[in-house]
Write a protein that binds this ligand. Sequence first.
Ligand SMILES: NC(=O)c1ccc[n+]([C@@H]2O[C@H](COP(=O)([O-])OP(=O)(O)OC[C@H]3O[C@@H](n4cnc5c(N)ncnc54)[C@H](O)[C@@H]3O)[C@@H](O)[C@H]2O)c1
Length: 253
Amino acid sequence: MPVSELTAVVTGGASARGIGRATAHALAASGWNVAILDLDEAGAKDAAHEVGERSGSRTAGIACDVTDEDSVAAALTALDAVLPPVGALVNNAGITSPVPFCEVSGAEWDRVFAVNVRGAYNITRRLVPGMAERGFGRVVFLSSVSAERGGGVFGGVAYSAAKAAQLGFARALAREVGPRGVTVNSVAPGLIDTDITAGGLDADRERALLAGVPMGRKGRTRDVADLITYLCREETSYVTGATYDVNGGSHIH
Ligand SMILES: NC(=O)c1ccc[n+]([C@@H]2O[C@H](COP(=O)([O-])OP(=O)(O)OC[C@H]3O[C@@H](n4cnc5c(N)ncnc54)[C@H](O)[C@@H]3O)[C@@H](O)[C@H]2O)c1
């Protein structure tokens, strides 16, 4: 089935300067219909409108808290009514936390896992069975270089652990659903120019981080969006269980 008859779901796509919104634009430009699910309903609708205007694709912006199973179920019911079947899921909704391990509370730990891991479960669990039934699907997780190199960017241990959990999740799921035409991959961005740190990354620290980036700059959301779009193509059918770095060379392994 051509992607123009399918929908790509991007969680966390509301953020104006975020990876999710850039990904929604890139997917729509390559022919997908796009649904943006986000806690921020107004932002999701604004993103959907912007993406639809620019691409001519069909889009929807729907309120959704990925940590809440009922909210995910309601969002997917709303989506079903307005867009074609889901062929791709980008698990992009995520939060970070810089709290050092020796200070982190159980509540903070759970908060980070709730969005990055349980949230990805809540939506992937509901969408993958339909993809497997139709014999086609693409799932992409937004992990992080922090999972691979043990932090050292902005997020603390909780964030690195949650992002590493996503890698195991993606790999095991890839093995399970590969025989049914569904690929599951992860991207591991380095420092990307978005608002996720909410101003929490000071200029000195940022300079020090950039000194360790061979490409000499922060990543652009477009850099990540293009890679995700590549992994979602119908033609990219023999890449699964993989982790793709997009980090400017800050971690080479
Ligand atoms: N920016 C970076 O440097 C970087 C690096 C590596 C990985 N990542 C990952 O990429 C993804 C996107 O990051 P970003 O920098 O664009 O972040 P961002 O903060 O700009 O956007 C995140 C979006 O997720 C949404 N969101 C948060 N909690 C949610 C929930 N419970 N339910 C639904 N939506 C929710 C927010 O409303 C927001 O629109 C995240 O998973 C992040 O961990 C980012």
